[in-house]
Design a protein around this ligand. Structure first.
Ligand SMILES: NC(=O)c1ccc[n+]([C@@H]2O[C@H](COP(=O)([O-])OP(=O)(O)OC[C@H]3O[C@@H](n4cnc5c(N)ncnc54)[C@H](OP(=O)(O)O)[C@@H]3O)[C@@H](O)[C@H]2O)c1
Length: 348
């Protein structure tokens, strides 16, 4: 029996619950392909799953975390059309075991029906094949499919250094929008300004940090007023969305502006929504699941447009660090600290 390394969570809890095991490498049956994973994108959802707060994907223990993956077809089963050696991305629906998928991707080999992989353009490096959907499909689904951004729109993107924000800025620029990144870190501003993958027209600092890392919010609406020439922001694409931060976003919105809340990085707090009335503006939630529920033809359109964007050079990922499966506990600790820029990936 040939074996592979696979991460298994036997009980919910801290990083110490990520156990590395030897499991059998499956043989692809009729219509299936066995993919040797070269890249597994890490996501906050994996940390939540480990803790037991994302059962919609993980189900109950024992389970293998991981909702993204990509690599090279090692073996093609009978009656398949893709040949061995083809570089592929696993489709975004495949790993969601609790929703009828094939289970998590934190392992070396992934066996799925051929319909659950998409051939990747050569422009995507091997270490990024499994790190596309959470950043790019989350941003594409909200900005392009749900909102319908158009040339000239002003898109403000909090957590500017995050992988989803970097993807959102690239997509918004491809559509001819003006992009303003917001970050809590002065150090990250300097790095982002020198990064070819950070497609921000401007970057605004929202917080001061003391030596213990405690944040105090700055009056950043003043800079936003200047940058938007008092017109305001058409769309905030926001994973922070807490009290005073959200109040400032509301203050910065243009007429008919929208704040899309897609993350839980800030702490819940009181918000004054009354200015929304005179601006005909709104706050609404966004989750990738909405795109998935919209149907396979819709999310596949998103996947194809994103792969095309990589092929024509409009999109390019920034990978901050790579981890081996053996180092997975440390990888989760690093992701929780949030000092990275862009994507963290496992290269199994
Ligand atoms: N709704 C969905 O479908 C969906 C899909 C994917 C991800 N998400 C969520 O989106 C968020 C970002 O994911 P990611 O993988 O891109 O994250 P990431 O790469 O780990 O980036 C996190 C960044 O957010 C900023 N941040 C963290 N805490 C903050 C706070 N309290 N106030 C302001 N900024 C804060 C920091 O950036 P700066 O230093 O630049 O400020 C931090 O580096 C997560 O909450 C994730 O769960 C949601």
């Amino acid at each position: 029996m040939s074996t592979q390394k696979q991460i298994i969570v036997e009980q919910f809890g801290g990083p110490e619950n990520l156990l590395i095991k030897d499991t059998e490498i499956p043989t692809p049956a009729e219509g299936q392909v066995l993919v040797k994973l070269t890249s597994i994108g890490m996501n906050h959802a994996d940390l939540l799953a480990r803790k037991g707060f994302y059962k919609i994907a993980s189900g109950e223990p024992p389970f293998t975390p991981g909702i993204e993956g990509g690599g090279i077809i090692e073996k093609a089963g009978p009656n398949t059309t893709l040949s061995e050696g083809t570089r592929v991305v696993i489709t975004p629906d495949a790993p969601r075991a609790a929703a009828g998928g094939f289970g998590g991707t934190y392992k070396q080999y992934y066996c799925v029906p051929e319909s659950k992989v998409l051939p990747a353009p050569d422009t995507i490096p091997d270490n990024q094949l499994g790190a596309l959907w959470l950043p790019y499909l989350t941003a594409w689904g909200c900005l392009v499919w749900k909102h319908g951004i158009k040339a000239g729109d002003i898109i403000a993107i909090p957590a500017a250094s995050s992988s989803v924000a970097l993807a959102a800025a690239q997509i918004a620029k491809k559509f001819g929008c003006k992009t303003i990144g917001l970050t809590t870190s002065q150090d990250k501003i300097d790095t982002l300004k020198n990064m070819s993958t950070a497609h921000y027209d401007h970057i605004v600092l929202t917080h001061d940090k003391d030596t213990d890392g405690n944040r105090t919010m700055l009056p950043w609406h003043k800079e936003m007023r200047q940058l938007t020439e008092s017109k305001g922001v058409n769309v905030f694409f926001d994973p922070v969305a807490s009290g005073s931060y959200l109040n400032t976003e509301i203050k910065c919105l243009a007429q008919f502006g929208v704040v899309y809340v897609y993350g839980l990085l800030g702490a819940p707090d009181t918000v004054d929504v009354t200015p929304l009335i005179r601006k005909f503006a709104s706050i609404t939630g966004w989750v990738l699941g909405e795109l998935m529920y919209a149907g396979e033809d819709v999310w596949r359109r998103g996947c194809n447009e994103i792969l095309d964007g990589f092929a024509d050079g409009s999109y390019k990922q920034h990978v901050d660090a790579e981890y081996k499966l053996e180092d997975i506990q440390n990888a989760h600790i690093q992701m929780h600290k949030g000092q990275h820029i862009g994507k963290l990936v496992i290269v199994p």
